[in-house]
Design a protein around this ligand. Structure first.
Ligand SMILES: C[S@@+](CC[C@H](N)C(=O)[O-])C[C@H]1O[C@@H](n2cnc3c(N)ncnc32)[C@H](O)[C@@H]1O
Length: 289
């Protein structure tokens, strides 16, 4: 993929590969890892180009100098580094498995304990695609099989623009391309060229602006989705810290789903793999406080 052009390279300024070099320098300083960004850097590079233009800076060398002078700019850079890519029913096989195996078993387990509520958390929920997928899955399928239970879904993200999209609940066709077709009709109303979620699907989903590295909602949660965020973009210390904090948020028997290509750091206490190739873990016994 060609990288966005920065500054005045054509007039003797920076080379196109400067965005990669810049990110390799800046990301570790933000507790983030370049390896996670390699394939999706285009989105971040585009935002950086806009930021340079807003600041009237010629290139990323000047931007580094600006970061040296103004510590507050690091917070802005952190915001520019959020990868906001998502879609409904992302990684179909994973959601099929959740629907067919994991959720019915989890409901059965909770029922034995006398519970009537499945408490779900979606971290890094982007524009709502992931928690609403869970809501669709529950409403259009699981609710029939677990009629004695309800599902409450809390979804958090640190990006206000993504949360505003989630609050609108309207999406282009591309966001729905992996969704079972019958769910599109059952879950959405067409409005011009957008698909808007029906109110009954949105009802049990709540959104909260929160930086996962600073805070987590008060638990406990029986099902936690932390996909394509901490275990792709955070550095190793951040990943370990996140895994430990998630373990404290979940009761034994709770289910943690990561992104399809993500794994918990080796030796993370408190979790056992349920399905290694789908990155699904079960919360085991207690971990030391
Ligand atoms: C690549 S998207 C993943 C969306 C969804 N979980 C999925 O897998 O389709 C990552 C999301 O995490 C959010 N994010 C990034 N850093 C975060 C942080 N420190 N705390 C909370 N959310 C964060 C971004 O704003 C973005 O919406």
């Amino acid at each position: 993929m060609a990288e966005p052009y920065f500054g005045g390279a054509q007039a003797g300024g920076t080379a196109p590969s400067d965005c990669t070099a810049f990110l390799q320098w800046a990301l570790p300083r933000l507790g983030l890892r370049w390896a996670g960004y390699r394939k999706v850097r285009g989105q971040v590079c585009k935002r950086l180009r806009r930021r340079l233009s807003a600041l009237g800076l010629a290139d990323l060398v000047a931007y580094r100098e600006h970061l040296d002078r103004d510590a507050a700019e690091w917070r802005i850079l952190e915001g520019l580094c959020r990868v906001t890519i998502s879609r409904f029913y992302r990684n179909r096989g994973v959601f099929d498995h959740l629907r067919a195996e994991i959720l019915p078993a989890l409901c059965g387990y909770l029922r034995q304990d006398g519970a009537s509520r499945l408490r779900c958390l979606s971290l890094g929920c982007c524009g709502g695609e992931e928690p609403y997928t869970l809501a669709l899955l529950w409403r259009l399928d699981l609710a029939r099989r677990c009629p004695d239970m309800t599902a409450d879904i809390l979804a958090t993200d640190s990006d206000p623009a993504s949360l505003a999209r989630a609050a609108r609940g309207c999406y282009g066709a591309g966001s729905l391309k992996d969704l079972p077709p019958e769910w599109k009709a059952a879950g959405f109303e067409a409005e011009h060229d957008l698909y808007c979620l029906r109110p009954e699907i949105r009802r049990n989903v709540r959104f909260l602006e929160q930086d996962l590295r600073a805070a987590l909602p008060a638990g406990p949660f029986d099902l936690v989705l932390c996909r394509n965020l901490a275990f792709t973009y955070f550095d190793e210390a951040g990943q370990r810290q996140t895994a430990e904090r998630l373990a404290r948020l979940m009761p034994p028997g709770g289910i943690l789903m990561l992104g399809k290509h993500e794994r918990l750091p080796a030796g993370t206490p408190g979790f056992e793999a349920v399905s290694a190739h789908r990155a699904i873990y079960r919360r085991g016994g207690d971990i030391a406080e």
